[in-house]
Write a protein that binds this ligand. Sequence first.
Ligand code: PLP
Length: 357
Amino acid sequence: MTYLDYQATTPLAPEAREEMLRWMDGPEGTGFGNPHSPHRMGRQAAAAIEAARDHVAALCPPGGQVIFTGSATEAINLAMRGAPGKGRIAVSAIEHAAVHDTAEALGRAQVLNVAADGQCNPSQDLPDDVSLVCVMQVNNEIGTVQPTAAWHRRAEESGALYLCDAVQAFGKQPVAAADMIAISAHKLHGPKGVGALWVREGISLEPIITGGGQEQGLRSGTLSPALIAGFGAAARLAAERMDEDAAHVEALWNRALELFDGWTVNGSSSARWHGNLNIRRDGLDVARLMSECRNVMFSAGSACASGSGRPSHVLRAIGLSDAEAKSSIRLGFGRYTAIDDLEAAARAIISAADSQG
Ligand code: PLP
């Protein structure tokens, strides 16, 4: 079985798993303490959380704080619902549903245009009463990278805050300054069920979850030392290996492009995270292809999330016809993808596609 769905989730790093076990079992079973308890077991668990916070913060811009949440979706909701100012929320047409649907649910969404190459140009008009701008760093469907520093400046000039959904970028490439940054552990070889919102100093948010007042009153609820320690270990590892991982991804991308010669890449090939290959071939029956390549874990490019059945708003936003979107697939690879496995999987996909005629 070959796993080529790195945008959906990434394999857990052995180092993260090891760290998690420490806080599930621990020496003589002492790892399970409540990090909010004042006794020794509690204080040890709290210290592990603070060490993890430092590792996550080390990948964030200076001058802010990391608030742990249960997912990036929750971090995004905290940012969007808790930010001061209740004007329009400008969201790029290719934002993840966590951003897009939250802006819609608040009844304040204003969609920003995205060009055929997958770029959201910061010189476009913003509404006069904009209070928040949301433009993601790396798109989860097509991998295109946005000019986040320019968007941050643009938001500032308009008197708005800037939220960057950095879920697909964090730990893979540097993250530029923003007002708020949303992150998810499971996209950087950490565990599922834990995320974070980085908030720039001086921004005061309203909590969306109230209760015991954890996380400086911004996110009540007992923190999970095991999940957070795993997140911290994954962030530490990502910082250590960022260049090495990026070089490996580059080699995988170049080989994949050679193998998929003749297929069309959806979105820019250059302003893109190269661990995302979203490609199409005229007339391809993707459902049939997926059923014939059951040993390769990849995603239909036309669905906004694997298995969701919801049509891709991203491929539509970059101008693809329904037929083009339906003939698209997404292959995602990274740190633990062996080049031989990628080659074998690509050959299986290409041979199944060729047999469709
Ligand atoms: N934003 C992007 C770009 C994503 O890819 C995802 C997950 O697919 C999310 C947000 C949501 O992350 P989580 O699974 O932690 O809620």
